[in-house]
Write a protein that binds this ligand. Sequence first.
Ligand code: FAD
Length: 221
Amino acid sequence: MTHQVTLLMSGFVTHDVKRFIVTRPEGFEFEPGQGVELAIDRPDWRDERRPFTPTSLRDDRVLEFTIKAYPAHEGVTEALHTLEPGAQLLMSDPFGTIQYKGPGVFIAGGAGITPFIAILRQLARDHELDGHSLLFSNKTPADMIVEKELRHMLRERCILTCTDEQAPGYASRVIDRDFLSEHVSDFSQHFYVCGPPKFNESLNDALKDLGAAPDLLVFEK
Ligand SMILES: Cc1cc2nc3c(=O)[nH]c(=O)nc-3n(C[C@H](O)[C@H](O)[C@H](O)COP(=O)(O)OP(=O)(O)OC[C@H]3O[C@@H](n4cnc5c(N)ncnc54)[C@H](O)[C@@H]3O)c2cc1C
């Protein structure tokens, strides 16, 4: 089913990521971490559907999306960033395999954090954050999406790393097998992985190599 939604407001979260608040259709339900397809409801954009993840809570009266623009693609994300309040969007029903299955470690690269923002916000709302940790990798500190909120929610269990810049408070390396064995002591818990395809592949290989059970790995298939 396709829903018509209206952009109510937008604002910058980082230099190239914006949050979009849109109306929530009557009866629209989703599980934190699921995605939807969005299209801009204009003749030239209507058929260009792209997947995004609601980052709002299940019972919020509006929907929030947190979307990184890729101007080089000259595609939907660039066009979304230029929209003004009142713009109309088309939204699909929710889909996707990233859903909360139990306590564990969230591992995200860049905009791959969005399903985990949704899940962690829901866990915070339910007072269920204990036993969860986050490893989050970006190019530079300026690229970290909702960093303060993540640090506040997870405290010392929020481990941030930058691959292209050294700065206090961040590890300066990629998340790989060595980084995992340094920061994770229990490989029998759930691991949630979301990032670019190569990030997902290498993390899944490294996790399996370190003894993580394949049925406890959660990632977008
Ligand atoms: C389930 C799911 C959920 C997602 N949730 C989110 C989310 O919540 N927030 C978020 O920010 N992102 C999210 N994404 C990623 C998001 O869908 C993409 O960033 C988005 O589809 C890009 O759309 P686009 O039209 O801007 O560019 P694209 O569709 O990637 O590209 C448009 C055109 O640009 C060209 N192009 C492609 N790659 C390059 C390149 N590297 N350099 C130059 N040109 C290129 C190609 O010709 C392509 O046809 C999600 C992805 C999935 C699968």
